[in-house]
Design a protein around this ligand. Structure first.
Ligand code: ADP
Ligand code: ASP
Ligand code: MG
Length: 391
């Protein structure tokens, strides 16, 4: 049997028809080299953002079910166009939605979790020698509703399919050649991490490094799928291999910024009452202190449009501040003087933290809205750049 390879191409890799044609050529090459290929695609460019913005023009808080019906159309456009482009190259491809691919999720619109994958149709088509294209980011619930897997969820589609198909490799292609010590578009000094453990990558993704989706990494860890994060159409062989590490070194591995964060203080309500409200509107609780007078750090990235106002309306009675965040990710952070050194450097740079949440794997600092990139550069320079030696 020819090995099955699952590849995923992200939004920027399929942003234009010309880029889709390029992906079609790469896929055809790999198919001709003797692999059975399942190719997961994201929506073209910023299509998902545009669809969400359109929905908000019609209704400030659109029904979650209808929002899923809308945004899943983005990936369907890509899958059909890629399949057509492959046909033009003389090969047969067939595209499927998440539902047709047998991706069964829970009922949670916008943030559904994959429960099970029944890839019978995919196997049938691979056996016929066809290239299978799958629309990323989506599935179907047991009550037959269309769901989406959270922002960046095409990564999860790829990993879930790789596990269900027993694929030999899961390759995730984007506009960067792997995972860096910080977003290379923010910190030009950042270095490529050739090998990365699941837990560290999951913590990075959870803190806001969108290069890989956190649920996808968690799924990969549980299923033992090695992820190869690479750049589309790059023959340099550079990549990050995300797998179970032999050994995780102590200290800071990466610095991650998050631009859409809310800092909440609720005097009246108990923390327990707040949790479901925050989760319901798609916010992720980064940290929570106290019960009667709860303080929260909420990452809004998962909220459609990342709107601070939406969150404020959904959590009545709480004072929320629009903020940003920087997180150090690594190992044994508490055993070192990481937190006080980071705070001192941030204060010296005029970025005094509004709140801090630290554990052994991550230390997060909430900073003023709009300043996360500055904070990333300050902490990357402190922990991950070797100071130039003075002659
Ligand atoms: P795709 O659309 O292909 O899924 P994403 O935009 O989701 O790609 O992820 C790639 C982007 O992730 C890069 O353009 C980069 O700006 C950003 N990024 C954030 N943190 C990192 C990091 N630590 N290493 C590499 N890229 C990162
Ligand atoms: N198109 C979706 C998003 O923008 C899913 C993805 O790109 O992985 O979040
Ligand atoms: Mg992505």
């Amino acid at each position: 049997m020819k090995p099955i390879i699952v590849q995923k191409y992200g939004g920027s890799s399929v942003a234009t028809v010309e880029r889709l044609r390029e992906v079609a050529r790469l896929v055809a090459e790999r198919h001709r080299a003797g692999n059975r290929l399942v190719v997961v695609v994201s929506a073209m460019g910023k299509t998902t953002d545009s669809l969400i913005a359109q929905a908000r023009e019609v209704a400030p808080q659109p029904p979650r079910r209808e929002l899923d019906m809308l945004v899943t159309a983005g990936e369907r456009i890509s899958m059909a166009l890629l399949s057509m482009a492959i046909h033009e190259l003389g090969l047969t491809a067939i595209s499927f939605t998440g539902s047709q691919s047998g991706i069964i999720t829970d009922e949670s619109h916008q943030n559904a979790r994959v429960l099970e994958v029944k890839p019978n149709r995919l196997f049938e088509e691979l056996d016929r020698g066809r290239i299978v294209i799958v629309a990323g980011f989506q599935g179907v619930s047991r009550s037959r509703e269309i769901t989406t897997l959270g922002r960046g969820g095409s990564d999860t589609t790829a990993v879930a399919l790789a596990a269900a198909l027993g694929a030999e490799a899961c390759e995730i292609y984007s506009d960067v050649d792997g995972v860096y010590t910080a977003d290379p578009n923010v910190a030009p000094q950042a270095k490529l991490l050739a090998e990365l453990g699941y837990v560290t990558m999951q913590a990075m993704a959870g803190a806001g490094a969108k290069v890989l989706n956190a649920d996808a990494v968690e799924f990969a860890r549980k299923a033992g799928i090695v992820i190869h994060a690479r750049k589309t159409n790059d023959s340099s062989a550079r990549e990050t291999r995300v797998a179970e590490p032999a050994r995780e070194p102590a200290g800071v591995v990466a610095v991650v910024g998050a631009q859409a964060v809310s800092l909440g203080r609720c005097d009246g309500a108990t923390a327990a009452a707040m949790v479901p409200l925050i989760r319901n509107c798609g916010g992720r609780i980064v940290a929570m202190h106290g019960d009667e007078k709860a303080t929260f750090i909420i990452d809004r990235t998962g909220i459609a449009g990342s709107s601070h106002v939406t969150l404020e309306k959904s959590i009545p009675g709480c004072a929320l501040t629009d903020a940003a965040m920087v997180t150090l990710v690594g190992n044994a952070l508490l055993a070192r003087d990481t937190v006080p050194r980071a705070v001192a450097a941030l204060v010296a740079a005029g970025l005094a933290p509004l709140a801090t949440a630290a554990n052994d794997l991550t230390s997060s600092f909430v900073v003023t809205s709009g300043r996360s990139q500055d904070a990333v550069r300050v902490l990357h320079a402190l922990f991950l750049e070797t100071p130039a030696t003075v002659a």
